[in-house]
Design a protein. Structure first.
Length: 179
């Protein structure tokens, strides 16, 4: 069985077709001509499934943004979603709990929630998830981000390094400052 790795991609409202084509072409170039791009119920958000590893996609995209920034025009942000689950507070906590083992004893974390089309309480989600982590919180410069992306009735959850979240505009600005 082929393991698919999922990403959440954000784009401008109405830019789903362009961003979907852009990421598909890049993934084909990276070696996955069978990547699957699908819309979500929220305008401007796509799910991307690929056989390529999360880190391989992040590293290659960062290199393209650095060397050929004009090739990435429609993507705003892209980041790994380790699991996509139903939007339910208990499901979210249950899916994240095993991922929290990545956070080392001396490492810090931050819970980041993006919430669209959901009545779930941001505060309640943070409280329930944070209660499962026995590490120190660092909101400014954490070692790990517990990322919860609520997209209507589906939620993407991940425990990832901050460097695995690509904000295309920030990355391009950072490159301009280097030059």
């Amino acid at each position: 069985m082929v393991v698919k790795n999922t990403f959440i991609l954000t784009t401008f409202k109405g830019g789903e077709n362009t961003a979907g084509s852009e990421v598909y072409m890049l993934l084909t170039e990276f070696g996955d001509s069978k990547a699957k791009i699908s819309r979500t119920e929220v305008s401007g958000i796509l799910l991307v499934e690929t056989v390529l590893s999360h880190q391989e996609v992040i590293d290659t995209l960062n290199k393209i943004i650095e060397d050929e920034p004009w090739r990435v025009r429609s993507m705003l942000r892209i980041f790994p979603a380790e699991r996509i689950i139903e939007t339910d507070i208990e499901e979210i906590v249950g899916a994240i709990e095993p991922m929290l083992e990545k956070i080392g004893e001396d490492e810090t974390f931050r819970v980041t929630i993006e919430k669209r089309r959901s009545d779930l309480s941001r505060h309640e989600i943070i409280e329930k998830v944070a209660s499962k982590v026995t590490r120190k919180v660092n909101l400014e410069n954490p070692n790990w981000v517990v990322l919860i992306e609520v997209i209507g009735n589906k939620t993407g959850v991940s425990v990832i390094k901050p460097s695995q979240i690509i904000s295309v505009a920030k990355a391009k600005r950072g490159n301009n400052q280097k030059n």
